[in-house]
Write a protein that binds this ligand. Structure first.
Ligand code: ADP
Ligand code: MG
Length: 273
């Protein structure tokens, strides 16, 4: 039995890594579900045109669905696109649709193009309390990802425990610094999560050690194992938390969620002191 409380202030994470297939979407939905289970009210924003986070949370996202595209491009109020996930009464999702694929180009000519998500989300959060918001980013560093970086305060980087894990990471860190300097001074890399860890290989362990050496404060103790149950869950419109709650993947995502919640408690206590 774990005891965590959520302190009233909304924590906004962007889950970023310009590499595809490292576990961004999987980590977004499973952490969201595990945090909801801990009692947090959680909103997932699906900012990837692929819509995989929407699928995993069983949120309709056909082309005629009102989506994050309409918020970014057509000024639709954020409240009009938020849907409850059947997985938990604490879990909500702002879905993506295929239209979002065009938003990268359409945003270029928009006013305040880097801040459209931030502004719409802020208005929504002024009227609807959420403890945690998690933004699932596409695997690129375009305007959609920049919108996530300006809307968020915390960056969560999933790192796949594989040979090329650290490649591209310095570019990502450079981009975060650039955003801090020019667009969002509050943004910081708070959390690194090792994913698809294979305990049988020395390589996985070596990558984990190297990442921990570089980022001792940010890397969570919990490590997500490579597990078929994790990869099967989305085809049932579920996270692994709901699909097979006692599997190794579900247990690991729960542990990661507890760490994230406890870190938030500690930092809000520090602010009060
Ligand atoms: P990204 O969003 O970074 O592109 P995904 O979360 O979609 O990455 O994951 C890429 C693929 O790897 C998906 O098919 C997913 O089901 C699978 N996957 C993710 N995490 C795990 C895991 N812990 N064990 C097994 N398969 C995983
Ligand atoms: Mg993804």
């Amino acid at each position: 039995e774990v005891n965590v409380t959520f302190s009233g202030q909304t924590r906004i994470f962007t889950v970023s890594n310009q590499k595809g297939g490292v576990g961004k979407t999987t980590s977004t939905v499973n952490l969201a579900s595990a945090l909801a289970e801990l009692g947090a009210k959680v909103l997932v924003i699906d900012l990837d045109p692929q819509g995989n986070a929407s699928t995993a949370l069983s949120i309709p996202h056909t082309a005629d669905t009102s989506s994050i595209y309409d918020v970014l491009i057509n000024d639709l109020p954020f409240a009009e696109i938020v849907q409850p996930s059947p997985e938990s009464e604490n879990l909500y999702c702002a879905p993506s649709t295929i239209h979002l694929a065009g938003a990268e180009i359409e945003l270029v000519s928009q006013v305040a193009r880097e801040f459209r998500l931030r502004r719409a989300l802020k208005t929504y959060l002024d009227h609807n309390h959420m403890d945690v918001v998690i933004i699932d980013c596409p695997p690129s560093l375009g305007l959609l990802t920049i919108n996530a970086f300006t809307a968020a305060t915390e960056v969560l980087i999933p790192i796949q425990a594989e040979y090329y894990a650290l490649e591209g990471l310095s570019q990502l860190l450079g981009n975060i610094q650039m955003i801090q300097k020019h667009l969002n001074p509050e943004l910081h890399l708070s959390t690194i999560l090792l994913t698809m860890f294979d305990a049988r290989t020395r390589l996985s362990q070596q990558v984990a050690d190297e990442v921990r050496n570089h980022f001792p404060q940010q890397v969570l103790d919990a490590v997500i194992p490579r597990s078929v149950r994790v990869s099967e869950a989305p085809s049932f419109g579920q996270t692994v938390i709901a699909y097979d709650g006692t599997s190794a993947g579900a247990v690991a995502y729960r542990e990661a969620a507890v760490e994230i919640a406890q870190r938030g408690e500690r930092s809000s206590q520090n602010k009060e002191q």
